[in-house]
Design a binder for this molecule. Structure first.
Ligand code: GLU
Length: 402
């Protein structure tokens, strides 16, 4: 999970967006991008893979982008490798750019979260003549908004409400429509988002630290609600497109406490985030209310065929393995052994060939775990990696990746 920011007001947007993204860096990310509009002109989009510093450099600290309305994103890839193409913002058109980097597009947007039914929606949009340049689920949702916007011609409220009814999954979504200069439209389900307002300026972010420097007056947008943000104002809507009244809340935390969402320690915050983290992860493999591992290329027959599962990991990932052992044995009736990667690679174990080795590594680069994975492969054993970083060494080398 990573970050979104947005600003509309009278100041230049790009430096504010970059500053906000830097405050969200602690959430982790693999690429970043911003889109900025100058009045009625089209949005200019700039994206960069890797550190936020790359984007800051590419935009000359934001000075290269003129305009007082914009959106920004740090991405933690869930669909498609980390790359400049897959980085957000994404656009509804076919990504045609003028010399100035302006994008000829009806809708420009960023998204945190996962769209579970993106394959089905993509097929539908392909039939309607849309083409896709990225591998992301996000590009699908942005093109779906564009589809409803053009099909019914009833404006953003209608197009966003229809999209929200149609998509499954989680999202904190920010959109800019070509025909609505100075406005940011946002929608939320199961991904965090707050909106800050002050005199003539409106801010949006996935987390308080990104806007604390500018305002302490925030609105909390509820699940399945969306909003129209204009300079200094926010108007909220429910799925029927009816306006809903909201009051602002004053954030009283100091900046440091805000980064921890009011918890005393980052560890407490992470513990409390776990239900959501688990839900997001499972969400990516739920189809028609059942877990479907076809995206991991594991069939039910294959799973039934294993005599033994080894879970191999280091440190806290090893503890995750201990918890997984109980669940997997309970659900599958297959014996599970949990091994420390360092021991697994150095001790001489007799390994059952007809088994599955599951390696777990947050970074996908843990040296002992990578070596253990290679050893299992050498012995002809099927391997499955559970990692948090798409494109990491472990993700690339394992037979199957979750
Ligand atoms: N699912 C989207 C992607 O892979 C968004 C990931 C995020 O939350 O940054 O691009």
């Amino acid at each position: 999970m990573c970050g979104i920011v947005g600003f509309t007001g009278t100041q230049q947007a790009a430096p504010i967006l970059l500053n906000g993204l830097s405050k969200l860096e602690y959430r982790g990310y693999d690429s970043a991008g911003i889109a900025v509009r100058d009045g009625e002109r089209l949005a200019q989009v700039v994206k960069a893979k890797g550190r936020l510093g790359n984007l800051i450099e590419k935009t000359d600290e934001g000075k290269a982008l003129i305009g007082t309305c914009g959106i920004g994103h740090t991405r933690w890839a869930t669909h498609g490798e980390p790359s400049q193409i897959n980085a957000h913002p994404h656009v509804s058109g076919n990504c045609t750019r003028s010399g100035s980097g302006e994008v000829e597009s009806e809708v420009v947007g960023v998204h945190n979260g996962i769209i579970e039914n993106y394959t089905e929606l993509k097929e539908k949009l392909l039939k309607h003549g849309y083409t896709f340049y990225s591998q992301t689920d996000t590009e699908v949702v942005i093109k779906l908004v564009d589809y409803y916007y053009k099909k019914y011609n009833l404006g953003p409220i209608d197009a966003i409400a229809k999209t929200m009814v149609r998509v499954r999954g989680s999202y904190a979504l920010e959109l800019m429509f070509k025909d609505y200069p100075g406005e940011i439209w946002v929608a939320r389900k199961d991904s965090p988002m707050i909106i800050g307002v002050t005199d003539g300026e409106t801010y949006v972010a996935s987390d308080v630290p990104a806007i604390l420097k500018y305002t302490r007056n925030v609105y909390y947008i509820g699940n399945l609600e969306f909003a129209r943000l204009t300079p200094g104002e926010a108007h909220f809507f429910n799925l029927d497109g009816d306006e809903i009244e909201k009051q602002t809340t004053e954030i009283k935390w100091a900046a440091e406490a805000a980064e921890k969402a009011g918890f005393e320690h980052f560890m407490m915050k992470e513990i409390h985030e776990q239900p959501k983290a688990v839900k997001d992860t499972l969400g990516s493999v739920i189809k028609d209310n059942a877990i479907d591992l076809s995206s991991v290329e594991l069939t039910e027959d294959e799973i039934r065929g294993f005599d033994q599962i080894y879970i191999v990991a280091c440190g806290s990932a090893w503890h995750v393995g201990m918890a997984a052992q109980y669940v997997i044995e309970d659900l599958s009736d297959i014996p599970v052994r949990v091994e420390l990667a360092s021991e697994f690679r150095y001790r001489r174990m007799s390994l059952n060939k007809n088994s599955l080795v599951i390696v777990i590594s947050q970074s996908g680069e843990t040296a002992d775990t990578l070596a253990a994975l290679r050893l299992a492969k050498e012995k002809g054993i099927t391997t499955l990696a559970v990692v948090n970083v798409v494109g990491s060494s472990i993700a690339r080398e394992a037979d199957k990746v979750f």
